[in-house]
Write a protein that binds this ligand. Structure first.
Ligand SMILES: Cc1cc2nc3c(=O)[nH]c(=O)nc-3n(C[C@H](O)[C@H](O)[C@H](O)COP(=O)(O)OP(=O)(O)OC[C@H]3O[C@@H](n4cnc5c(N)ncnc54)[C@H](O)[C@@H]3O)c2cc1C
Length: 432
């Protein structure tokens, strides 16, 4: 069993945060707000076990792909975002809630060709926060893991961005085709971003299994869904409905209706699944998400929120959507309730009711819904940007984003900056 000692004495309470995403970042912020003195004094120890050493701000992925923001802007090192936590770069492999231990392997021990390791370590905890998020199921579509792109593994976005930029810069006779699978918010934004960057030099095909894109938005805000379709048409994105991505090879995307598309790049935003760390098996819903109690605990001492959890909306009773806003608000609530238990107080139920949603199709071209009110164009774009800047984990990076957009307005798209990691390194970091 690992014992981490800080400040010369064993902490009285150890909080382990699994994952370095929105949930754990905001749980950490909530803890620091309410019991920061005890954390700084070493009486409460916070340990983060994360498969990635930086927080990824996924909301700006479209802007990165479109060449409006450098990749680096979306990445905040966890040691900067959680300065009073002990950050362990590794992957949690099992949770034993009864014995209050979590098993994990260090990233350094997993560097073999098959990313497996027998060097499993054990860390005991007093409180555990599960924020391991979701992943696209790369193995569900043959060839996708080898030849396509999903968007969540460390480094994926940087490698993809370079690939799309190379395709857009290609001056040959044949136009490159980029296929985006999945017509939800992420897929629609990615298709728009690639088309915005490539213009007439790239052909973009959006493949969606249902009979219309953006099904969730369409139910609540049909006008905004129609506006999104108009934007895709303006950008020249071809939408194929009622078909699935069936398999991917080096140069083709094969679809469920038997047709195929010659594709230099395939991006999958389909069928997101929770990252399921084994354990707590009787506390999962059929999709594998941890089912939370009204205060966001799963069992005593274990808390969960975000894409890996099934959190129920306080008024509708339905599971809340898997997006950043709900992960942030869930994480904040976990941090607050955890602090309350540490001070011997009773916990409070999660009562957040939501704010809205947004998507972007280029500078000044967005759709947003705020408390049920729809906005489009510049107003929607500014609302979305303001919201994102407010929730970026680094004030410095938020200020740089504003500068980037101002520079874009004056001089056009950003080139890759020297601050970005070498794409070759990131390609090596792509994990299965
Ligand atoms: C391309 C893209 C665009 C998006 N755009 C938007 C948007 O515009 N607006 C919006 O609201 N939402 C958006 N989302 C969704 C949003 O990013 C997620 O809902 C949100 O990240 C969920 O937060 P989380 O903390 O649950 O998980 P994440 O933020 O994904 O964090 C999960 C963390 O857990 C780590 N991890 C995974 N497995 C393990 C393990 N076994 N052990 C240790 N660590 C592990 C990961 O490395 C990561 O650090 C987008 C998502 C994507 C992929």
């Amino acid at each position: 069993m690992t014992t981490l000692v800080r400040g010369g004495h064993r902490a009285q309470h150890r909080v382990v945060l699994l994952g370095g995403g929105y949930v754990t970042l905001h749980a950490y912020a909530g803890l620091m707000r309410h019991v920061g003195g005890a954390v700084r004094a070493g009486d409460i120890q916070v340990v983060v076990i994360s498969a990635d050493d930086a927080h990824s701000f996924h909301g700006f992925t479209g802007e990165v792909l479109a060449g409006l923001l450098p990749y680096d802007r979306t990445r905040t090192p966890l040691v900067d975002a959680m300065p009073h936590a002990h950050v362990v770069l590794g992957r949690a492999t099992a949770i034993d809630a009864e014995r209050r231990v979590v098993r994990y392997v260090l990233a350094d021990d997993e560097s073999g060709p098959d990313h497996t390791s027998t060097a499993e370590r054990v860390l005991d905890f007093d409180s555990l926060v599960v924020g391991t998020g979701g992943r696209e199921p790369a193995t569900a579509v043959p060839g996708l893991g080898e030849h396509g792109f999903t968007l969540r593994a460390p480094g994926d976005i940087a490698v993809l961005t370079e690939r799309v930029r190379e395709a857009a810069a290609h001056r040959g006779l044949r136009r490159h085709t980029v296929v985006v699978a999945g017509g939800g918010m992420a897929g629609v934004e990615m298709a728009a971003a690639v088309a915005d960057l490539g213009g007439a030099r790239l052909r973009v095909e959006l493949v969606h299994s249902r009979d219309a894109i953006l099904p969730e938005l369409r139910d609540e805000q049909p006008r905004l869904a129609r506006r999104a379709e108009q934007e895709l048409r303006r950008l020249g994105v071809r939408v194929r409905l009622g078909v699935r991505l069936a398999s991917v090879t080096e140069n083709h995307a094969y679809l469920s209706d038997g047709t195929s598309l010659p594709a230099s790049t395939v991006i999958a935003t389909i069928g997101q699944r929770p990252v399921n760390v084994p354990g707590l098996d009787t506390h999962r819903d059929p999709r594998g998400r941890l089912v939370t109690r009204p205060d966001l605990s799963v069992v005593d001492g274990v808390w969960a929120a975000g894409d890996a959890a099934c959190v129920v909306h306080p008024t509708t009773g339905a599971p809340v959507p898997a997006n950043a806003l709900w992960a942030i608000k869930g994480g904040e609530h976990v941090g607050r309730n955890l602090a309350r238990t540490l001070r011997g107080r009773s916990t409070r139920p999660f009562a957040y009711r939501g704010l809205g949603q947004a998507a972007s199709f280029g500078v000044g071209r967005s759709i947003s819904e705020l408390y049920g009110i729809p906005f489009t164009g510049w107003v929607a774009w500014v609302l979305r940007l303001t919201f994102f800047l407010r929730f970026m984990p680094s004030r410095r990076k938020a200020a740089q984003v504003v500068t980037d957009f101002a520079r874009h307005a004056a001089h056009g798209r950003t080139a890759r900056t020297s601050a970005e990691p070498a794409v070759a390194d990131l390609a090596a970091a792509r994990t299965a």
